[in-house]
Structure formats: structure tokens, C-alpha cells
Design a binder for this molecule. Structure first.
Ligand SMILES: *Cc1c(COP(=O)(O)O)cnc(C)c1O
Length: 421
């Protein structure tokens, strides 16, 4: 049986309505920014396989480091044991994180990083003897698919059947220059009416909402008000982390740093799953007590898996290299030039660029979800480009190692989409 036949017979894919969706495409090889399909066709990975493989697929440096680690220490329980890949990674990531971050907790994917962040925020107050039962989050946020993460998310396509079982969450719109006064008023009234434990947010770019970008100064005001009320601020940098916004982390665009930061996706350079929930000394200290139960009793079997740590260390080596840093600048310049070139096109609205992220909304009469999205996906795949439009939003988030020729092919295909739809 072929890959496709076995897949159809036995596999249940994520985010897929199997009754109506077409068969998933078998991919047999990946290298740099390229994906190779079983049928011989090739695709430029314009979204770095969901923002993970930022240094290119099968990057030789990362493979070398991970291979060496595999031969020395593969896995060890992280409760009661430790190892150098974990300690080195902790040092390296703290070197580049906002300077208020002091402690690293290991999880194994983006959702569980957020889940741990939410539990830390709730238990922080619990340990201090105050019962705070409400979380604050942005409208249209996405934070993952476990229950805590789903609760703070606001995309009902994903969450519909589970909404009755969620944590208490109050929502505010993402800030803009126009709505900021109203948002601050709403936030103030939520804080007065509810016992707010934490605020969970995607800093500057809401990925799943369609790469919606918002203003740092509005977020600054929100964070300041949260801090003034001892509301734990949890930055979900699962998507924005590791250079995508131009700085190592989106939180570095702000003066007020979060209490907790969630990291995953590009953390391990697209090799193996892992995530981190980092926090300040103040958060950590609230869990120190002679009572065992005041500790953070949360664990995953593969916490701080040494191989994943090795991939993350190698990833940070590359991220902080001159080569990758100049590539980030270069891609940003190219995106900005492309944005300028199509600025006046009547079909291209709300064109935006942040770091290596480029997005626009296609102005069309077609139904946003369903037919248009699928037609756009096919449009790009037919041209050898893997993009995953969100509704009528077309976005690029390429691996840092993408070449100019490959970028040109993507831009050309976007221009053709503007003419076609
Ligand atoms: C992808 C993503 C998550 C969830 O991560 P998983 O590894 O898929 O569980 C959470 N938050 C944001 C902002 C994400 O982009």
C-alpha cells in the first residue's frame, strides 16, 4: 500500500474534517526552505512548517549537534535529575530573553507551555492566600488546544464544543490608537469587578487570528495596569519568539516585560517538540515554602529531553549568528519593498510587515472561510509554494535561510493571486 492508502485507512489528522477535505500530501524529504513530495513535485515552505524550521529543514549544524547528543544521553527523568543540555539551554535562552526572566520550566509543546503559565499565575495567587479565579485575554487570541489554553483562546471554530467547560475568562480587544481609551476603561472595570489572576496575550502579532498586528504602546498601557494590580502577565511567544518579529522576542519591543513567557515552535528549530515556560524570580519565589504542596506540581514525562535541549541550543547558536541576523534584516527589507510595490493594488488591503512576517487581506466577494481559503491554498500549491492562508489573509513567514529567488517566486504567486481572485 502507498503512504496515501495507509494514511487514509488509519490516520486521523489534526484540524481536519475528513469527510470533506482532500487527501493530505505525502512529503518524503525536506531541505533548507524546500519540501519534496512523493510524486516528485517540490514546494517552497513559505511558513517554515508552522514557524518551526526557521533555520531551514535538515540544517546540517543542528543535525550534527543533535546526533552527538543522542549518542551520549538520550533521556532522563527531570524530577530529581538534571543534565548539561538543560543547564546550557537555560543559560543561553536567559541571555537573550528580557532581563527580568530568571527561571526556566520545561514542557513539551506550545499548548502545555501556556497551560503551565496559566497554572503558575493561578497558583501564584493561591500560594499568597488570595483566591483569584479570572483570567484576562484578547479577543481573537490563540493559545493552544489544551483546556486552559483553549479557555484563553477566542477562535470558536476550534473551541465550540468545549466552551461550557472553560476557565473564567474576560476578554478585551487588542489595542489600536483609536480604541485604546475604551480598552483601558473596559480593562479597569474587569479588574474592579473580578478577581483577576493573570493576563495571557500574544505580544504584537496574533498569529492564528490572521497575523493581526497591533501597537506596542497600547500593550504597554495594558501591561502597566495589570502590574499595578498584581495580575500576572503571561506573554505567549510561541509564535513570535526567536527572531520572527525582528527582535529575538516581541516582548523586547516593550518597556514593561511580562512575568511569564511561553516559548515553543522555533525553539527546537523544527526538529523535535519541546517548550519552555520562563518566569521572574518573584513568580518563582511565591512557590518556595516548607509546605510541599506550595511547589509547582506539574510535569511531563519528556520534560527537558536532552535531545530537544541540544536542538534548542543549536537553534539559539544560529539565531544569534551574524548570518541569520543579517538574513532577518534582509527578509524584512524585501517584505517592505514588496509591500510598497503592491500598496495601491485595489485587491490588497491592510498590508503589514513585522520582522520576517508579511501579511495582507485579499479584498474579494468570495466567502472568506471554506471556498476562498481552499482556492488560495491550491493557487499557491499549484505554483510550488506552501502557504496556508487564514480566511482571506495571505501571509508569509519563511525560514530565515530562504533565498532571494525563492522569495521572488512567493511574491510573484501573491501578485498572481491578486489578479485571480
Ligand atoms: C502554535 C501556537 C500555540 C500552540 O502550540 P502547540 O505546540 O501547537 O500546542 C500556542 N500559542 C501560539 C501563539 C501558537 O502560535
Amino acid at each position: 500500500m502507498s503512504i496515501s492508502e495507509i494514511d487514509q485507512a488509519h490516520i486521523w489528522h489534526p484540524l481536519t474534517q475528513h469527510k470533506t477535505s482532500s487527501a493530505p500530501m505525502p512529503i518524503v524529504k525536506a531541505e533548507g526552505a524546500m519540501l519534496y513530495a512523493e510524486d516528485g513535485t517540490t514546494y517552497i515552505d513559505g511558513i517554515a512548517s508552522w514557524y518551526t524550521a526557521m533555520y531551514g529543514h535538515c540544517n546540517p549544524y543542528i543535525i550534527e549537534q543533535v546526533t552527538a547528543q543522542m549518542k551520549t544521553l538520550d533521556q532522563i527523568v527531570f524530577t530529581g535529575f538534571t543534565h548539561q543540555p538543560a543547564t546550557t539551554l537555560a543559560q543561553k535562552v536567559l541571555d537573550i530573553l528580557p532581563e527580568n526572566q530568571q527561571k526556566i520550566f520545561f514542557n513539551d509543546n506550545g499548548s502545555t507551555a501556556v497551560e503551565a503559565g496559566i497554572k503558575m499565575a493561578l497558583q501564584y495567587h493561591h500560594n499568597k492566600g488570595s483566591k483569584r479565579n479570572t483570567l484576562i485575554a484578547f479577543e481573537n487570541g490563540f493559545h493552544g488546544d489544551t483546556f486552559g489554553a483553549m479557555s484563553v483562546s477566542d477562535l470558536s471554530v476550534y473551541n465550540g464544543p468545549f466552551e461550557d467547560y472553560f476557565l473564567n475568562v474576560k476578554r478585551i480587544p487588542a489595542p489600536t490608537e483609536e480604541n485604546l481609551a475604551g480598552v483601558m476603561q473596559l480593562l479597569q472595570s474587569i479588574i474592579e469587578k473580578h478577581a483577576c489572576a493573570g493576563f495571557v496575550y500574544e505580544p504584537l502579532v496574533q498569529g492564528a487570528a490572521g497575523m493581526h498586528m497591533y501597537d506596542a504602546s497600547g500593550l504597554e498601557s495594558i501591561l502597566k495596569l495589570c502590574k499595578a494590580n498584581d495580575i500576572v502577565t503571561v506573554a505567549d511567544e510561541v509564535m513570535t519568539g526567536f527572531g520572527k518579529t525582528g527582535k529575538h522576542f516581541a516582548s523586547l519591543y516593550l518597556e514593561t516585560y511580562p512575568d511569564i513567557i511561553c516559548l515553543s515552535k522555533a525553539l527546537t528549530a523544527g526538529l523535535v517538540p519541546m517548550s519552555l515556560t520562563t518566569c521572574t524570580q518573584e513568580i518563582y519565589d511565591a512557590f518556595l515554602d516548607d509546605t510541599v504542596a506550595k511547589g509547582f506540581f506539574h510535569a511531563h514525562t519528556y520534560s527537558a529531553n536532552p535531545i530537544a535541549c541540544a536542538a534548542a541550543i543549536a537553534g539559539i547558536d544560529l539565531l544569534t549568528s551574524e548570518d541569520i541576523q543579517s538574513q532577518i534584516q534582509h527578509i524584512h527589507k524585501r517584505h517592505s519593498a514588496f509591500a510598497k510595490a503592491i500598496k495601491t493594488h485595489p485587491k490588497a488591503i491592510n498590508i503589514r510587515v513585522k520582522g520576517v512576517i508579511f501579511a495582507l487581506e485579499l479584498h474579494t466577494e468570495m466567502e472568506r472561510y471554506g471556498s476562498l481559503r481552499n482556492a488560495l491554498f491550491k493557487h499557491f500549491m499549484d505554483r510550488g509554494i506552501c502557504l496556508r492562508p487564514l480566511g482571506n489573509t495571505i501571509y508569509i513567514l519563511p525560514p530565515f535561510v530562504i533565498t532571494d529567488v525563492q522569495l521572488d517566486q512567493i511574491y510573484k504567486a501573491i501578485k498572481e493571486a491578486l489578479e485571480t481572485f
